[in-house]
Design a protein around this ligand. Structure first.
Ligand SMILES: [Zn+2]
Length: 448
């Protein structure tokens, strides 16, 4: 917390390298930068392992768009991630408002009205956490109604809130744009009075399927080197900003935990494995590929600790369905309480939203750093996710919590927590009310 380098690591990554869309030139630069850092720290077994991305995507010409009927007005508009470019000359069409993507019967009933038009989806109608299976059915149905394009809503003041309607690193079937919240509200008011026609265009640079790298490095364990504690975070980011908190702070945490523990000259009993994943923002692609490739080694992974909720001070750890971990953490609770982070959250809202998921569903005990998110959620995936938003003392506290927890687990006489059998995983997911989401995500290869 005093001499930590996390703040400087994040500055090098976010200011120095910049936005890191999976597989982009900046991403590739970040991969070699991360390997250099691990090398400078004297870590062992530094290497990359690749995963496949169905396509690489970057904006090439920024989006422009206007309402042209009933009157002219410029829109705050952006291409969604992994959207194809608009055709030459752009997209021009009537807007049809879809108040409800779900249930799909209602969407199907609108089929004729939607075909060939620009479909404006009310994001709020999906609810905070729609069932993933239903959402996929809704999006698949949307594909079959053959819209000319789809409009999603962003946040207030036209700020870009990067996201994607495509899954698995592939492209959406039709151009998808995001407009500002006020633009959506205006279009809806205009639609109450009569037809609304809009025009927009953007060009994205799309490259075909390719291999992209995760970065791995280790501190070998002092007497149980075959048992592994993983500390990880995703290296990729969205493009509107430099991803200083999503997930620069997570990457900086992984590097600083490695630096701090290596500098002790007393490795813990178990091997510490540091992993920076890619493709997280397109659906956990890098971590899922890793967890699948190493499926036979899951029994040797004692715990997986992930940081991916920004750089506000940590309150403790998300247990993500593993309530038994509360007991496992009790041993080090006084240490964490001393840093203001003795809490555990059993909230399963984010169960499938970051890189622990591929391990969690294979029965490996996992923890996700539980940070305050009130400031983070206002900048996450937006232009304001830049280095100036990072508070050094808060970042250092989260790093210290991660380092202390990881070291204690890796140095313990006992394994951290039991590995669950597939049946026990199902029981856990059922109890967390997440079994249906798991089945839907598994069918899409989102998790192993
Ligand atoms: Zn993230």
């Amino acid at each position: 917390m005093v001499n930590g380098q996390a703040y400087d690591y994040d500055r090098q990554l976010s200011d120095g390298i910049g936005p890191r869309l999976t597989g982009s030139d900046n991403y590739v630069h970040a991969v070699s930068w991360a390997q250099d850092q691990f090398r400078n720290l004297g870590l062992s077994n530094i290497h990359t392992e690749s995963f496949n991305m169905a396509a690489l995507w970057e904006p090439e010409v920024p989006a422009t768009g206007h309402i042209i009927e009933p009157r002219n007005q410029t829109l705050h508009i952006y291409s969604a991630g992994w959207s194809p470019s608009t055709p030459d000359g752009g997209v021009t069409g009537k807007v049809v408002y879809v108040p409800q993507l779900l249930p799909i019967e209602k969407l199907e009933a609108m089929k004729e009205k939607l075909a060939g038009n620009i479909v404006l989806i009310d994001n709020t109608s999906l609810g905070e956490h729609p069932a993933i299976g239903d959402l996929i059915k809704g999006l698949t149905t949307l594909g079959t109604v053959a819209p000319q394009a789809v409009l999603l809503t962003g946040r207030a003041n036209g700020s870009q809130n990067a996201g994607s309607l495509a899954v698995g690193g592939g492209l959406s079937k039709f151009p998808v744009a995001q407009i500002g919240l006020e633009d959506e509200l205006l279009i809806k008011r205009l639609l109450e009075k009569g037809p609304v026609t809009i025009q927009f265009s953007f060009k994205n640079r799309i490259r075909p399927a390719t291999e992209v790298n995760n970065v791995i490095a280790e501190i070998p364990g002092r007497d149980l080197p075959k048992e592994i504690v993983i500390v990880g975070a995703h290296l990729d980011s969205w493009h509107p900003a430099t991803g200083a908190q999503d997930n620069g702070t997570g990457v900086a945490t992984v590097l600083e935990v490695a630096r701090a523990i290596k500098s002790l000259n007393r490795p813990p009993r178990r091997t510490m494995r540091f992993i920076l994943f890619g493709g997280e923002e397109q659906g956990l692609i890098g971590s899922t590929a890793y967890a699948k490739k190493h499926a036979a080694d899951m029994a040797s992974i004692d715990a997986v600790l992930i940081s991916d909720t920004g750089g506000q001070a940590s309150k403790g750890w998300y247990l993500m369905g593993r309530e038994d971990e509360k007991e496992a953490l009790a041993n080090i609770e006084p240490l964490l309480t001393g840093m203001g982070a003795g809490g555990t959250s059993t909230d399963t809202e984010f169960l499938f939203e970051t890189d622990h998921a591929g391990f969690d569903v294979q029965g490996v005990p996992t923890l996700v750093l539980w940070n305050g998110v009130d400031k983070y959620f206002k900048l996450h995936h937006q232009a304001s996710d830049s280095f100036d938003s990072v508070v050094q003392a808060d970042l250092n506290q989260g790093v210290a919590v991660t380092a202390a927890t990881a070291y204690a687990i890796a140095d313990s006489d006992q394994p951290f927590a039991p590995h669950l059998s597939p049946t026990e995983v199902e029981t856990m997911l059922k109890k967390a009310n997440e079994l249906d989401n798991y089945i839907a995500l598994k069918s899409m290869d989102w998790v192993p």
